[in-house]
Design a protein around this ligand. Structure first.
Ligand code: MGP
Ligand code: SAH
Length: 458
């Protein structure tokens, strides 16, 4: 288990993309990964970072706007100094998260090419740190517990929280120039600057950790009391959940409920989702990114569900044809599109995409595919076979249908997809570009792009 969950904010996570162009005969291990990381940093900074720094500044110092108009030059200099510190510390925080996400990316990539990377590299890092034998044993022990917990729960891996920021960067073999502050200070910084974590979310994380401890018999005597506490917390957290989410699998659905604002920033304005869509809708930040990449005059969203992608396409494309086989989902998608004020740009079509593609004369500029993956159990396979496990048909068949409409195709796929199969879809001698989408340090899914003009030349 190589995943580093350094931080996780379900309500307002940071979005990072690592992208590379692949073709069958290129050896991915020889890629210039440093460039990939730098590009991801730059992209994050342009898309989100700059704005976040501004927002957090004004939240922290609401008096700034007014005062800066009237202050003398000495006070101006003080403000400038404060601003520089603010930018520096947020830089450090975001770089830190990105670095951990990037470490995960390399491991995830290796796995998707069928190779195992172990925690060994990180273990070796211990030798170079000034950590006493006793501390080392303690850290190893906590690492083992967390690995077990992670396997069962896919919960929060806070192994890295045992180390201060500089140690973490050293362990990851990454630059430490930003990482000289102690943990207390980082926590204070987090408190000061991160308004996104709210008590609801904190409660949820505590609950996840508590159930992890229970699973492994930690603090045995307390289990029944804790179980009771957990049940009470679940009750509180789920009070506002729709009834159909409060069925037998209650605690599983809470995870999705906690992410509701990450799925739709306007969730509270009345977004509607059915059970399947809670699992399958594309989180807004990822859908926005895909819509920037697939901006065109006319796009077909072949499996539109409740509209996560279609709504964002409507902001970057002239017109959107949104297809789904399920009429109820289509009506929810329409309703959701109204909330975002874009329903007039989307034509909703109730159809089976397989039949639609075979019979239509429509020739859109782009086609976007986000078919069902068989529910959340897709995660149970270490490598997801996109030819055997996608619904309603395998990836090659689906691509053939999509290419009948347009040579430019975007394909949203599970994070554990078999990468050789993803690349093979580009055809002999072809190339594809793959974006690995991370929210904080978690990979959510990948998006593969095919077709001339869509794949960035290598
Ligand atoms: P997830 O793995 O169920 O959630 O789905 P998460 O929080 O990453 O899981 P955890 O166990 O690591 O906490 C991740 C994302 O994949 C969802 O937000 C959806 O965008 C997408 N997704 C999931 N499923 C099951 C489907 C699917 O069947 N079809 C499509 N198109 N997208 C899906
Ligand atoms: N991208 C969507 C989620 C897609 S989930 C979003 O962000 O909201 C996959 C969708 O494919 C489901 O809504 C399901 O109803 C639909 N579907 C399944 N089989 C289909 C088919 N043969 N033709 C069209 N849609 C189909």
């Amino acid at each position: 288990m190589n995943t580093h969950y350094l931080t996780t904010s379900r309500t307002n996570p940071q979005f990072y993309i690592f992208r590379q162009t692949f073709s069958e005969n290129l050896d991915w291990q020889n890629y210039d990964l440093e460039t990939v990381q730098q590009a991801a940093w730059q992209e994050f900074w342009e898309l989100e970072g700059q704005e976040l720094v501004e927002q957090k500044w004004h939240k922290r110092f609401p008096e700034y706007r007014e005062q800066i108009e009237t202050v003398n030059s000495e006070e101006q200099a003080l403000w400038r100094e404060l601003w520089e510190k603010h930018v520096y510390s947020l830089n450090a925080k975001f770089w830190h998260i990105l670095s951990c996400a990037f470490e995960n990316y390399q491991n995830d990539l290796a796995k998707s090419f069928g190779q195992q990377v172990t925690f060994g590299d990180v273990e070796e890092g211990f030798e170079n740190l000034n950590v006493s034998e006793k501390e080392r044993k303690k850290k190893k022990k906590s690492k083992k517990l967390i690995e077990k917990v992670d396997d069962t729960l896919s919960g929060v891996n806070d192994f890295f929280l045992d180390f201060n920021e500089e140690e973490q960067l050293q362990l990851l073999g990454l630059p430490t120039s930003f990482g000289s502050r102690g943990r207390k200070k980082v926590e204070k910084l987090k408190k000061d600057t991160d308004s996104s974590s709210n008590s609801e979310e904190e409660e949820y994380l505590i609950m996840e950790n508590e159930s992890a401890n229970q699973l492994h018999g930690v603090q045995k005597g307390l289990i029944s009391k804790k179980k009771q506490r957990k049940l009470n917390k679940i009750k509180n957290l789920s009070a506002k959940m729709p009834d159909f989410m409060r069925d037998e699998n209650h605690s599983k659905m809470i995870k999705y409920w906690m992410k509701r604002f990450s799925l739709f920033s306007r969730f509270d304005q009345g977004i509607r989702l059915d059970r399947e869509s809670w699992f399958s809708v594309t989180p807004e930040k990822i859908a926005k990114q895909t819509s920037r990449r697939l901006a065109c005059d006319l796009i077909v969203d072949a499996f539109c569900g409740c509209g996560g992608n279609a709504i964002q396409f409507a902001n970057t494309c002239g017109r959107v044809i949104a297809i789904d086989i399920d009429a109820e989902k289509l009506s929810m998608a329409k309703h959701n599109a109204c909330i975002y004020g874009v329903s007039h740009k989307i034509e909703f079509i109730h159809a089976d995409f397989l039949q639609f593609a075979a019979s239509t004369k429509l020739r859109p500029d782009m086609v976007f595919l986000s078919p069902p993956w068989g529910g959340p159990d897709y995660q149970k396979q270490s490598t997801f076979d996109i030819e055997r496990n996608l619904l309603p048909v395998g990836a090659t068949h689906l691509m053939k249908l999509a290419r009948h409409l347009s040579s430019k195709v975007g394909f949203f796929l599970p994070r554990n997809s078999n990468m050789s199969q993803v690349i093979a879809l580009s055809g002999p001698g072809g190339q594809c570009e793959v974006e690995h989408n991370y929210l904080d340090t978690r990979m959510v899914a990948l998006t593969a792009y095919y077709g001339e003009g869509l794949v960035m030349a290598k």
